[in-house]
Design a protein around this ligand. Structure first.
Ligand SMILES: N[C@@H](CCC(=O)N[C@@H](CS)C(=O)NCC(=O)O)C(=O)O
Length: 207
């Protein structure tokens, strides 16, 4: 199978880490969602990452759908998302907050880094940051494991925190989010996180 997308995307990274934790081997297609846009649209009509091209030739798009397929492959005992009940609802809530934070801080990043400065909309950036901080505050108030098996809520939240640390460190002051910072520090030491680490941000920046 081939995972399409670079690890600077927290959506790609959460899939990559989940594949590794579930002991799936994959080739990595590192085409850029910006630099290789036309080619990317032939893989996913939305021109977005991640996609997962299966050995059968079928292409799965959207990280949630890919992770759903992955959990189905390994069965409920090894699935990264609990299969039902309050545990599943709790995990889905954490994941919604983490992916929502990526979307909101990501939108603010695009506005601050990519849109030409004369077209920026400060009120919109402020709204996105308020929403992203709402998610971070909610996640910070929850109990997080300090060890044991990885699950999808931890993986997705770890990828979200790392995305903020790399792309917009001022948006994630560690002293304001100590529980999340401790979670991130622990997760980034794990083999699957280390194997997918990235230090740069591939999106071109406008002046
Ligand atoms: N809901 C999608 C979101 C994926 C997403 O936002 N990918 C970003 C990279 S982090 C992307 O492809 N952005 C390019 C674009 O939307 O033009 C998923 O979970 O896969």
């Amino acid at each position: 199978m081939i995972l399409v997308g670079q690890y600077d995307s927290p959506y790609v990274r959460r899939v990559a880490i989940s594949l590794k934790v579930s002991e799936f081997h994959y080739e990595h297609d590192t085409r850029s969602v910006f630099g290789d846009f036309d080619s990317m649209c032939s893989t996913n009509p939305l021109g977005r990452i991640p996609s997962l091209v299966l050995a059968s030739g079928e292409t799965l798009i959207d990280s949630g759908a890919i992770l759903d397929w992955l959990d189905e492959q390994v069965g409920s005992e090894r699935a990264l998302l609990p299969h039902g009940g309050p545990q599943r609802r709790d995990a889905l809530r954490r994941i919604a907050l983490a992916t929502g934070a990526v979307d909101k801080f990501g939108a603010a990043n695009y506005e601050r880094l990519i849109r030409p400065s004369q077209y920026r909309w400060p009120e919109w950036i402020e709204r996105c940051l308020t929403q992203g901080n709402g998610a971070l505050t909610a996640l910070e108030s929850l109990d997080w494991p300090t060890g044991g098996a990885l699950d999808q809520a931890q993986i997705t939240t770890g990828c979200m925190i790392n995305y903020l640390k790399v792309t917009a460190p001022d948006d994630f002051p560690a002293q304001r989010f100590p529980a999340l910072d401790a979670l991130w520090q622990r997760l980034e030491q794990l083999p699957a996180f280390r194997a997918t680490s990235f230090e740069g941000y591939a999106v071109p920046r406008a002046g």
